[in-house]
Design a protein around this ligand. Structure first.
Ligand code: CA
Length: 235
């Protein structure tokens, strides 16, 4: 049994994403997740650097934290758009700071995500922006399949064989994470950060509980426990 990518066409060119984020923990979380999802990344740690890098290098998308030293995210946005820069921009902002300015996407941002965020939520928005911005360099998979399990990523629908299965949002994201890494052992920490977010309590047992639900819905033996390490999609 192997992962099959249906309707997918891959190109060598990789989308490049600039991350403007001064908090090392969040920048590292984003880089790791985006690279694992097939993107190339670079990090700017302050507003000045973000503007220079966005001007000088060829990026396909900018993830822009509002609370940056030097120049804040609003100044970066204003400067780039003032220069006619068309780069899609997704703003990261604290939930408490969501003002009309953010929600209305004034100032030329394309979308925003509030902190704390789950990686998969941000990734979904990145994919939408790259699609909207003309031809994505690398067309993303629409359907993932492993054995008799099928996930339609656009409709967020799962099947076992021909039988549709209802999954909660987190169950679906967890299943997607397993199907993207067939046969690979995923630690609880990896699954927590990808599905629940970077600031989720590592002592929580949500991963184990959600794996239990997936086994009930997708088949008892689809996910195996690797004692002391985590879980693996059986291949
Ligand atoms: Ca910040």
């Amino acid at each position: 049994m192997s992962l099959e990518l249906i309707h997918s066409r891959r190109f060598d060119l990789t989308n490049r994403i600039l991350i403007a984020e001064d908090e090392p923990r969040i920048a590292a979380f984003l880089e790791k997740g985006l690279r694992a999802s097939g993107f190339a990344t670079a990090v700017a740690q302050d507003g000045h650097e973000a503007v220079l890098m966005a001007q000088d290098e060829n990026f396909d998308l900018l993830i822009l934290d509002i609370g940056l030293p030097g120049k804040d995210g609003w100044m970066v946005l204003e400067e780039l758009r003032g220069q006619g820069e068309q780069l899609p921009i997704i703003i990261l902002t604290a939930r408490d700071d969501v003002t009309d300015k953010v929600a209305g996407l004034d100032g030329g941002a394309d979308d925003y995500v509030t902190k704390p965020f789950r990686f998969e939520e941000l990734l979904a928005r990145v994919r939408v922006r790259l699609r909207d911005n003309g031809t994505p360099k690398r067309q993303e998979e629409i359907v993932l399949k492993a054995g008799n399990i099928v996930l339609d990523l656009l409709k967020r629908q799962a099947w076992v064989g021909n039988r549709p299965v209802n999954l909660s949002a987190q169950e679906f994201t967890l299943a997607e994470t397993f199907l993207r890494h067939p046969g690979q052992v995923m630690s609880r920490q990896q699954l927590l950060s990808r599905v629940w977010g970077y600031d989720y309590d590592p002592s929580s047992n949500v991963v184990d509980v959600c794996v239990g639900y997936l086994r009930k819905k997708l088949g008892r033996h689809c996910i195996e426990t690797v004692r002391g390490f985590g879980y693996r999609l059986r291949t």
